[in-house]
Design a protein around this ligand. Structure first.
Ligand SMILES: NC(=O)c1ccc[n+]([C@@H]2O[C@H](COP(=O)([O-])OP(=O)(O)OC[C@H]3O[C@@H](n4cnc5c(N)ncnc54)[C@H](OP(=O)(O)O)[C@@H]3O)[C@@H](O)[C@H]2O)c1
Length: 304
């Protein structure tokens, strides 16, 4: 089968790898769609070495969507032909989703794709969507509250804007002027601040007493925490936690079946937009990796 594997350095297409077979408790998924996440970019750059074991040939890719091709012994949640999506969750780096097939456990990191959501789009939803939902749930925005989202222009941010706005809160989003500003406004941001300028001054001009909640996806956590009101809370996906500030909650995206079900249901019903700005085929992944920095929303990969 074809797959994108880690090379030294970077990532490249290989077309002679054996198709995996599902082990006990696993399903084999014929992959139709995937996407790029910050994790993939770091993994492809070899930056996870030391933090994680790399199993060669290290097939990369966290997100997947596709159809169940085969069911391993004891796997009971899905049948052959079911449309599924999710996130590859392994303790090591390898056996990822940028391939024609991936074998994954059937209990966690996977759920059904409902009617109304196509597989290439579902492939861009898993990791960024669950991480956004977990971060927004952690700050629990209230109607009328102001929430600052730092890093709003990326994949996680694009989903977070929509969930915070849907809760009735007022979103202040970070974005550069121009297309990035238009992008976050279309997703529901009421106010936009340019993070390349005086971020704190711009936020204080909008919210002089500070903001009750921050979603921290990029930038300096300490600077953002200093903008909180006394009872404020901050959810960070980039490792800014209670050791750094008492109001900070460190988020690890958890693609449990209930979260995946909620995300896919919202997307299928049109309540959540999956903001894909560019699409690539599997052979185009190296180009997508090169274009990841500066891209708006999600970069999607159509595998087949
Ligand atoms: N903990 C977890 O489980 C988990 C899961 C998923 C993601 N993450 C992490 O969460 C972060 C966001 O993920 P992502 O996939 O959305 O990444 P992404 O697509 O790279 O988005 C990050 C965005 O932040 C913007 N940005 C860069 N520097 C900034 C600054 N100083 N202030 C405000 N915005 C800034 C970038 O815009 P420009 O294009 O203008 O540079 C980019 O659009 C990444 O670091 C990722 O590794 C963690």
């Amino acid at each position: 089968m074809r797959a994108i594997t880690l090379q030294e350095p970077g990532a490249a297409l290989t077309d002679d790898l054996p198709q995996p077979s599902p082990g006990p408790g696993e399903v084999l998924v014929r992959v139709r769609g995937s996407s790029l996440n910050g994790f993939d970019k770091k993994a492809a750059a070899g930056m996870m070495k030391g933090a994680m074991e790399y199993r060669s040939p290290a097939i990369l890719g966290k997100d997947f969507a596709g159809t169940v091709e085969a069911v391993g012994e004891g796997a009971s949640r899905f049948g052959v032909g079911d449309a599924v999506y999710g996130v590859v969750m392994r303790s090591y780096l390898g056996d990822g989703a940028w391939a024609d097939f991936v074998a994954v456990g059937d209990q966690y990191g996977i759920n059904h794709v409902p009617e109304g959501l196509d597989l290439p789009t579902a492939g861009a939803l898993g990791l960024a969507g669950t991480t956004a939902l977990d971060a927004v749930d952690a700050i629990a925005p209230k109607p009328g509250e102001t929430v600052l989202i730092a890093g709003a222009t990326g994949g996680v941010g694009a989903f977070a804007i929509q969930y915070v706005a849907a809760a009735g809160a007022r979103v202040i989003a970070t974005a550069r002027p121009g297309a990035a500003t238009d992008f976050v406004r279309q997703l529901g941001a009421a106010e936009v601040v340019d993070y390349t300028g005086d971020l704190s001054g711009q936020v204080r001009a909008i919210a002089p007493d500070g903001v009750p909640a921050v979603v921290h996806l990029a930038g300096d956590g300490a600077q953002l925490a200093a903008l909180l009101t006394p009872e404020g809370r901050l959810a960070s996906t980039i490792g800014f936690g209670p050791d750094q500030h008492p109001a900070a909650i460190s988020i690890m995206g958890r693609p449990d079946p209930a979260t995946l079900d909620r995300l896919a249901g919202d997307a299928a019903a049109g309540r959540l937009r999956v903001p894909v700005s560019r699409r690539y085929d599997l052979a185009g992944v190296p180009q997508a990796l090169a274009e990841f920095a500066g891209a708006l929303g999600k970069l999607a990969i159509t595998v087949s």
